[in-house]
Design a protein around this ligand. Structure first.
Ligand code: HAM
Length: 424
């Protein structure tokens, strides 16, 4: 029986990986310009981190997390997201001791047992930023600006994108808002889906982002969190809107945007694509001013976002960005064709030398007829084929054929690097 990849987990083949490398390189450069430095946290964490961080009652933890015991019975989880991990690491390594704002970014695989569909996988990849240590709405604005800047660098038009924005207030506002929602939804209790009936007891905010059409219809007229903000949260939001205007960044206020993770406070946002259909969020984020404390650290406000690379690649895949992958090595420039064992030994030495000089090259290892080998050289996309026969070798030379023009010349093997560098 054939063994296949796990459902919802995809291989990224070499041709597509070029696009991934390009996108990742652009993201790394963009976030570095905004002062973010990379953090790499483990893929496996204690399950408790996400139960406490993301929230026991969220779909992500309740239904979608890959949880398993290790040999000692300790419950572990494949990370479903990275914010909780980054905050754990921030506390564990005392990064707060330096003072100021810690700006951290990450790129890597995340795991959620969701129903796979276009733009939704069980192993997917996120890039994300987390800025810890400031309550200033200017930082929210900068983070949102960075999200737009990444899109801009990748050549995505602003008109094809839109920013959903909301504020869900602070823990002091939450009980009042929850109560207002509970009061509103209670008369519809029987019409709500079974999950939302449970949510009505546990956290009625979660009903607002339920995907079941009946629940969505009922939620359409639900009370708005913006109407239940305390003075501090209202002020924060109004200042943020002013900063976004100053940056000329458009937004759409979305009272139903609550996000599927429990750690959020105040600002929440999503940057969505008009071309993606149901799974349209290219990235999502917000403030999480209580998370560090909930994980046992010193009270530290934070704000950040994460985006799915699969979705970004989907949107980018519809345009031709191959010319932008030019900085990435896509194949050999030189293809070596030695004839026998002595020549192969010399070919290996030449390969090593060319590669150390930064010239991508390869050799025919399949040991077939000259015709087949020439075909392989052409297929490789190399500019030159390099022949090494007994005769050439005795003169310390190689025969270099320009595969496009067919032109041939003999070059001393000692001078190959200079010749090839001069030709490029
Ligand atoms: P999230 O909204 O759960 O937020 O995920 C962020 C992004 O990851 C989504 O907008 C989407 O692009 C992508 N994504 C999520 N699930 C999948 C999936 N199953 N397949 C493909 N892509 C997916 C968070 O994860 C928060 N940690 C974001 C954050 C950072 N908030 C503050 N800081």
């Amino acid at each position: 029986m054939k063994v296949e990849a796990v459902r919802g987990m995809t291989d990224i083949l070499p041709q597509e990986a070029l696009l991934w490398q390009y996108v990742e390189a652009e993201i790394r450069e963009a976030v570095a310009l905004y002062g973010y430095r990379e953090i790499r946290t483990p893929i496996v964490e204690r399950a408790e981190l996400f139960a406490r961080g993301v929230g026991e009652a969220t779909d992500i933890v309740h239904k979608e997390m890959y949880v398993f015991p290790d040999k000692k019975g300790q419950m572990l989880a494949l990370r479903p997201e990275a914010t909780a991990s980054v905050v754990r690491a921030y506390i564990e390594h005392g990064l707060y001791a330096k003072g100021g704002v810690a700006k951290l970014y990450y790129l890597g695989p995340m795991f959620r047992y969701e129903k796979p569909q276009k733009g939704r996988k069980r192993q997917f990849h996120q890039y994300g930023v987390e800025a810890l240590g400031s309550l200033e709405p200017a930082l929210d604005a900068e983070v949102i600006d960075l999200a737009w800047y990444i899109m801009e660098r990748l050549g995505l038009r602003r008109e094809g994108l839109f920013l959903r924005l909301n504020s869900i207030g602070c823990p002091e506002d939450r009980p009042r808002y929850r109560e207002a929602l509970r009061e509103y939804f209670l008369p519809y209790r029987e019409e709500l889906c079974p999950d939302c009936q449970r949510r009505l007891e546990e956290n009625p905010l979660r009903i607002l982002d339920c995907k079941v059409p009946t629940c969505q219809r009922i939620a359409a007229d639900a009370p708005r969190s913006l109407d239940h903000l305390c003075e501090g949260c209202r002020g924060h939001f109004e200042t943020l809107l002013r900063y976004l205007d100053a940056l000329d960044l458009a937004y759409e206020l979305d009272p139903k945007l609550v996000r599927g993770l429990d750690y959020y406070t105040r600002t929440v946002f999503e940057l969505a694509s008009r071309d993606l259909g149901a799974q349209d969020a290219l990235l999502g984020g917000g403030r999480y001013d209580g998370l560090a404390e909930a994980l046992g650290g010193p009270p530290t406000p934070g704000v950040g976002f994460a985006g799915g690379l699969e979705r970004l690649i989907l949107v980018l895949g519809e345009r031709d960005v191959s010319d932008r992958c030019h900085r990435i090595i896509t194949g050999p420039e030189v293809y070596l064709l030695p004839v026998g064992e002595t020549e192969t030994a010399e070919a290996l030495r030449i390969l090593a030398r060319l590669r150390r000089a930064g010239i991508p090259c390869d050799m025919d290892y399949a040991g077939r007829s000259l015709r087949k080998r020439l075909q392989a050289a052409a297929r490789s996309g190399a500019r030159y084929a390099l022949f090494l026969g007994e005769e050439e070798l005795s003169r310390g030379e190689a025969k270099v054929r320009d595969l496009a023009s067919g032109e041939e010349r003999y070059v001393p093997t000692e001078e190959l690097v200079a010749f090839l560098k001069g030709a490029s």
